[in-house]
Write a protein that binds this ligand. Sequence first.
Ligand code: ADP
Ligand code: MG
Length: 559
Amino acid sequence: MTVKQFQAESKRLLDLMVNSIYTHKEIFLRELISNASDAIDKIYYKALTDESIDFIKDNYYIKLQIDKENRLLTISDTGIGMTKEEMEENLGVIAKSGSFAFKSEHEIKDGFDIIGQFGVGFYSSFMVSDIVTVISKAFGSEEAYKWESKGAEGYTIEACTKETVGTDIILKIKESSDDENYDEYLEEYRIKSIIKKYSDFIRYPIKMDITKTKPREGTETEFEEYKEEEIVNSQVPIWKKNKSELTQEDYENFYAEKHYGFDKPIKYIHISAEGTISYKAILFIPENMPYDFYTKDYEKGLELYSNGVLIMSKCGDLLPDYFSFVKGMVDSEDLSLNISREMLQQDRQLKLIAKNIKTKIKNELEELLKNNRDGYEKFYQSFGRQLKYGIYSDFGANKEVLEDLLMFYSSQEKKLTTLSEYVSRMPEDQKYIYYGAGESIERIEKLPQTEVVTDKGYEILYFTDDVDEFAIRMLRTYKEKEFKSISSGDLGIDEDDKNQSSQVNEQEHQELFEEITNILAGKVKIVRASKRLKNHPVCLANDGDLSIEMEKILRAMPN
Ligand code: ADP
Ligand code: MG
């Protein structure tokens, strides 16, 4: 039998797994159980949409077995199974292989949860095992296959026998060493508690043979051991539970279990809506940016369930683009199982849910801003740009939703401020909301134009993000105050009483100005005397509608 090699990327990941950069080794069980549950979901979904298949609920379960003597831990399921080809495809390659690229060693060391970030759950079994064996019989197939691997060296596949459809994952648990204990993964109580912690809500029974003792027959003082099968998990999905029964940790575990993110969410939203539309949802606002967030690879969406059955893992229609960072799931009894992608887009129920969710997210973000400023600022560092893009790309149509969520650096406060806070500080004679755009705060601070406005006692918002000025132009006003760039021709500031001394007679220096214009030909349009300068000898101003910064960005954009 030939040993096949893993793809290069998978190999790198396996190395990492084996050398365990990840500290919570126990999560391997969460990963394997979640795969088992997915596999049963697939068969369940098939049965629900295909009348020729009978789904007898009692026949579907996950079972764990411990063989201490041989150091084996087996996770079996009665799910859809895998064909030989599927084993090659799913276990030999990392799921999202194409987008798999470690950012840098440095980030890995900083405790990035690579498993969570890339959804490469199956490989985590190598953190605790020397040999992983997968025996599977696919639904509708007569043959069964055995896949086996010792880790980075590769894997083998051969035909074998298996009576029933489903999959057994057999882990040969590593020997404990001085600094690492693996024996615990062969202890019933430990396995049971890991299941309780991470997989309690799995909808199918997770069974285990639990060792018990009873008095030996005919005696009262002698005891004997026997095993009794128990269902370990409560099987109630977390979203169907009462909020009052759940702790923050429950939500955080759910977030990790579902691979929604590799961070801890900054906020969770548990919705239980009833009335014109009934649905339940658990949504999360992440703190950190997914590594591919601002690339075209990033796909927004929420998991969509119809009465507990997963019908789509990324339903994009549930989220507006500007909230694309939100993770989570929606379950509604009002949706049809057979619904196709095209039908979903038309679905009235779905549209209502999406609208409802949008409002909830907005309110929760505002609440976060109000009650947890630090948290909000962290969130804003990660996703503020997305909110601004939202305003820009929808031509300001979402002004109401987004304007109160924006923050910019303030010349006066020396930190981020909201538009509402800015306006509340405006002196009575100030007509405009002033902003200055530039590469960095330091640069804008040094602009000659900045001085004119701040000297007047007016605050300036510093725009350092490419999108800032574009977004603000779409907003046009905030609370009826117009935005004004500090480099625009008319600042709306009474400048007459100032700078008398620096008044220059334009005529007198005509020759000098012409000479400078000639030298800078092609770089500037005209050189003029300015009334605005105080401590600076010169300043650049723009002519027309676009600011210098915007022109720069537009010019840098590919046509
Ligand atoms: P993910 O679950 O994110 O797809 P995993 O590494 O956990 O990634 O699993 C890879 C793939 O292997 C799964 O998508 C699935 O197709 C297959 N797989 C894993 N475990 C099972 C199982 N118990 N039954 C059927 N298929 C499985
Ligand atoms: Mg998985």
